[in-house]
Design a protein around this ligand. Structure first.
Ligand SMILES: Cc1ncc(COP(=O)(O)O)c(C=O)c1O
Length: 368
């Protein structure tokens, strides 16, 4: 293993200091929730080692939503651990993997750290960040051990439809490889949600968590779903070697939250809708930025129009240090800083509005 800290983590707002940021548009989740707002009483909880697979009642709820059995669910410490377990279980040094790019940084970094031989399936602005199915098919060889995709996508918020998901799975099955689908943003799809992909094939591992849609990243609760018993045994072994079980406190909070998901999530969904409309209205009424309109999640990935000649370093410096506005610069996703991620549902609505105006001001001041 050859660990390196990633720019997205080195520059994370919680490390930089929330108190130094006025308008925080760098986050990838909805507003963080307070335990006291959830109405969960943990006083009688025994602090034992939990079930190694995860709290049975929690796995039951997750499985029911996915059309799976609780045996197909393994809880993990955030989606991050599920992604790590999957990548390290399926890939060895020199193995071939096909990974979508851009992507949540860990989905690229862990296979890279393992020493996998990676072929990137690039999403480009020019192609509306559309997944190229023929391109995917041609990148997968008989030696490909893992294909890694994320939908709804981070950082762009783009989606695929159910028919495309089925076509992807048909390719995976034809080639005899495995698909890791990072579904962390699934709940925040604007239209119909995709089915949990692991329910469609035993060659799929679906990953999700409590962090993004529900604003509970601090409980570090995620899970992976998979119908393949042999793989699940390997994933459990990996989990046991890293952290044995999840925190029973985290699992209990997740269970109670999901038991009343509709109640908790309805206001979050309304907030996403409201803030998205503000963002869309802003994007439609300026000529400096361009975007591919998101279809899910709470992030988008606009770029400064290529015709604008600009000092990108100055832009990002001024935006943060002079305008107190933080965005996720392109470097976090291994692309040009002309691109940046805006998280539009973490900070207050008035901060979103102010932050968007600040972006235009900072660009204006950095034009060459
Ligand atoms: C697509 C995606 N997957 C996984 C994660 C990891 O989330 P967590 O470990 O908090 O569940 C993130 C966090 O930003 C993400 O955006």
């Amino acid at each position: 293993m050859n660990y390196h800290r990633m720019p997205i983590e080195i520059e994370a707002p919680e490390g930089f200091g929330y108190d130094k940021i006025d308008c925080n548009l760098s986050e990838s989740s909805v507003t963080d929730q307070k335990l006291s707002d959830l109405g969960i009483d943990l006083h009688n909880l025994t602090l034992f080692y939990g079930d190694h697979l995860g709290l049975p009642s929690l796995r039951e709820i997750i499985a029911k939503d996915a059309g799976l059995s609780h045996e197909n669910i393994l809880t993990t410490s955030g989606a991050a651990a599920a992604l790590f377990i999957t990548a390290t279980s399926l890939l060895n040094k020199g193995d071939h993997a096909v990974i979508m790019k851009t992507n949540y940084a860990t989905n690229i970094e862990t296979p890279r750290m393992i020493g996998a031989n990676i072929s990137f399936l690039n999403l480009t602005f020019e192609n509306n960040y559309r997944l190229d199915l023929d391109g995917l098919d041609s990148l997968i060889t008989k030696d490909t051990k893992l294909v890694s995709l994320t939908y709804p996508h981070n950082p762009t918020g783009v989606m695929i439809d159910q028919n495309t998901l089925k076509q992807i799975i048909a390719i995976i099955e034809k080639k005899g490889t495995y698909l890791l689908l990072d579904e962390t943003y699934r709940e925040m799809t604007f239209g119909d949600k995709l089915p949990v992909a692991a329910s469609l094939s035993n060659r799929v591992i679906s990953v999700s968590s409590m962090s993004k849609a529900y604003g509970l990243p601090g409980i570090r609760m995620g899970w992976l779903s998979c119908q393949n018993k042999k793989l699940m045994e390997t994933f459990l072994a990996a989990k046991e070697q890293i952290f044995i079980t999840n925190s029973v406190v985290d699992e209990e909070i997740a269970f109670h939250y999901l038991s009343k998901k509709e109640k908790h999530f309805a206001p979050i969904q309304q907030s996403i809708k409201k803030n998205f409309n503000i963002l869309k209205n802003f994007m439609d009424n300026q000529n400096t930025l361009e975007w591919i309109e998101p279809k899910g999640g709470c992030v988008c990935f606009p770029r400064i129009r290529p015709s604008i000649k600009i000092d990108l370093q100055k832009f990002h410096y001024d935006l943060l240090h002079n305008y107190g506005t933080y965005v996720g610069r392109g470097t976090w996703f291994e692309v040009d800083d002309r691109y940046f991620r805006i998280g539009y549902n973490w900070d207050k609505t008035e901060k979103l509005e102010k932050g968007l105006q600040n972006i235009l001001k900072a660009i204006e001041g950095a034009i060459l």
